[in-house]
Design a protein around this ligand. Structure first.
Ligand SMILES: CC(C)(COP(=O)(O)OP(=O)(O)OC[C@H]1O[C@@H](n2cnc3c(N)ncnc32)[C@H](O)[C@@H]1OP(=O)(O)O)[C@@H](O)C(=O)NCCC(=O)NCCS
Length: 187
């Protein structure tokens, strides 16, 4: 058995990440319960390719077991996506990826956006110190991910887009102000 380690994603990882993400997010396809999308997370490999520079992967020799995408804007690190292959969930890999993304970025705070129906995964983030900041209409999600992810293929309108925030306890600016302005107009 090979030791697992986290490293930056590279272009040759696109195929594996594409299939892993779509498999892990299969639970979101549908229109009831925790599901809210009419299609897969990634429709095209090109969408995955565009995200590669922002991704870290957890590797076990040549196999990718998990991936996290984070981007940094004005002191805030946004966790855009985290996925662990369904066969390897519950083994601490998600926590390992979060740890890597959070320590990699010298952010004063971290954010993650989740559809309010994803009650299954909210505890994962709460356990790591994330707290609900604001609920936005689901339309907001389409603005945040205009062409990128399949978020524009939302299959229901009885849900919200919830932003969770965590202050960076090791960052000297981490507790300066609580007035984080959630900005939907990111590139
Ligand atoms: C969410 C996800 C990344 C978690 O990865 P994972 O490897 O299974 O999580 P871990 O094993 O590292 O769990 C870390 C901790 O969170 C807890 N946890 C994990 N998933 C949980 C869940 N769904 N509900 C409650 N707690 C959960 C674990 O019990 C563990 O707690 P502990 O530290 O007290 O033991 C994984 O379930 C996944 O890929 N889900 C599908 C994609 C997704 O929904 N991503 C999130 C939205 S972007």
């Amino acid at each position: 058995m090979y030791p697992t380690y986290v490293s930056r994603a590279v272009r040759r990882d696109v195929d594996q990440i594409f299939y892993l993400v779509n498999e892990a997010f299969q639970i979101e396809t549908g229109n009831e319960g925790i599901a809210y999308r009419s299609g897969e997370k990634y429709h095209l490999k090109d969408q995955t390719r565009k995200h590669i520079a922002d991704m870290l992967v957890l590797r076990d020799h040549k196999q990718i077991l998990g991936v996290i995408k984070s981007s940094f804007h004005n002191g805030t690190c946004d966790i855009g996506l985290i996925a662990v292959h369904p066969e390897h969930q519950g083994m601490g890999y998600g926590a390992k990826l979060m740890e890597a993304a959070e320590t990699r970025n010298k952010a004063s705070r971290f954010t993650v956006g989740l559809a309010s129906c994803r009650s299954d995964v909210i505890p994962f983030f709460e356990k790591r110190g994330y707290k609900q900041l604001v609920e936005k209409p689901i339309e907001e999600m389409r603005k945040l991910y205009p062409e990128d992810l399949a978020e524009k293929f939302v299959s229901r309108d009885d849900i919200c887009w919830t932003i969770f925030v965590k202050k960076n306890s090791v960052c000297e600016n981490g507790d300066e102000d609580d007035g984080y302005q959630y900005n939907a107009q990111r590139e």
